[in-house]
Design a protein. Structure first.
Length: 312
């Protein structure tokens, strides 16, 4: 006969007590879990604040985009971003509202921008190489004077420059906007390139000098290929600053045929007649497209240049 053993109803399952050795590990895991929750909460809060600030900053741009698609009489009646009616006539009317098609003024700005970019890249890189690598008398003094020009307001030299260019006969031409860039007048870019060149090891210069290379060859074959990030930064900022420059173009360009984009946009505002706000906003959006494109493509090129500089 088989003996059947049954458990007593009073028998209870008792959990094994945690050993003293495992208690610190349990506390440590619980503490790390609580810390990760707090860190996640802080990260979410930061993202919410950044998104809110970004929405506030981008609201004027979004409002201008929406206003360019509204009829002229409804632009200031509704400050919201909801678009009830889609009107593309502002773009067609704004493109041909002035003496010339708006593409004519964009071409003028492109000519000035290309000239300024080439001028800054050539002159500022050569001046930066001279300050960073060449040894000449009073080099530190001249470098300090160059840095002092950063603190000199542009409006201080406007009148002397205008008198000089007027005597030469360059008023109402693109030369006053382009020629100063060929003389390394932008001290910010010179300083930027000087600091970048100083970070390049001098062993490369010495190796090239042993092979018989002089300063021109060292600059063109050794230093310049390694300056891609600094050159890309100079190109991006020169494009943005020159494309959006209104003051210099307003001073030196008086003929409507020579107007650049900022001065042409100013022509849409008339204090005597009615201002075509819809056309103004539409052409403002068109003029912003090159800036967005050059920044996006230039930013990618800048990151790529920084990442591959060490490999080269």
């Amino acid at each position: 006969m088989t003996n059947l053993q049954t458990a007593s109803p009073e028998t209870k399952t008792v959990a094994a007590p945690i050993s003293p050795e495992k208690k610190p590990k349990v506390r440590e895991s619980m503490g790390s879990l609580a810390f990760s929750r707090r860190a996640r909460a802080r990260a979410i809060t930061k993202h919410i604040i950044l998104i809110a600030c970004g929405a506030i900053m981008i609201y004027p741009l979004l409002w201008m985009v929406v206003s360019s698609l509204r009829p002229n009489d409804l632009i200031f009646k509704d400050p919201g971003l909801w678009l009830n009616t889609l009107d593309l006539s502002n773009y067609s009317s704004g493109w041909s509202a002035l003496t010339h098609p708006f593409g004519h003024y964009m071409l003028n700005s492109a000519i000035v921008v290309i000239g300024c970019i080439l001028g800054n890249l050539i002159s500022c890189s050569m001046a930066a190489y001279a300050f960073a690598r060449l040894k000449f008398t009073a080099s530190k003094l001249f470098f300090g004077i160059m840095l002092l020009t950063l603190m000199l307001p542009f409006h201080v030299v406007v009148v002397p420059q205008y008198v000089l260019f007027s005597q030469i006969g360059w008023v109402n031409t693109f030369w006053p906007l382009i020629v100063p860039k060929l003389l390394a007048t932008d001290a910010f870019f010179v300083f930027l390139m000087v600091q970048f060149i100083r970070g390049i090891p001098k062993d490369l210069d010495e190796a090239a000098r042993i092979d018989g290379a002089g300063h021109p060859r060292i600059f063109l074959r050794v230093i310049l290929p390694l300056m891609v990030p600094a050159l890309a930064t100079t190109t991006i900022f020169t494009f943005i600053w020159t494309w959006n420059d209104f003051f210099s173009s307003l001073i030196y360009l008086t003929d409507p045929d020579m107007f650049t984009v900022p001065v042409a946009l100013r022509a849409f505002v008339d204090s005597q007649a009615g201002t075509s706000w819809g056309s103004l906003f539409a052409m403002s959006i068109v003029s912003l497209l090159p800036v967005f494109l050059i920044f996006l493509f230039g930013q990618r090129f800048l990151i790529k240049g920084i990442a591959t500089t060490g490999i080269k």
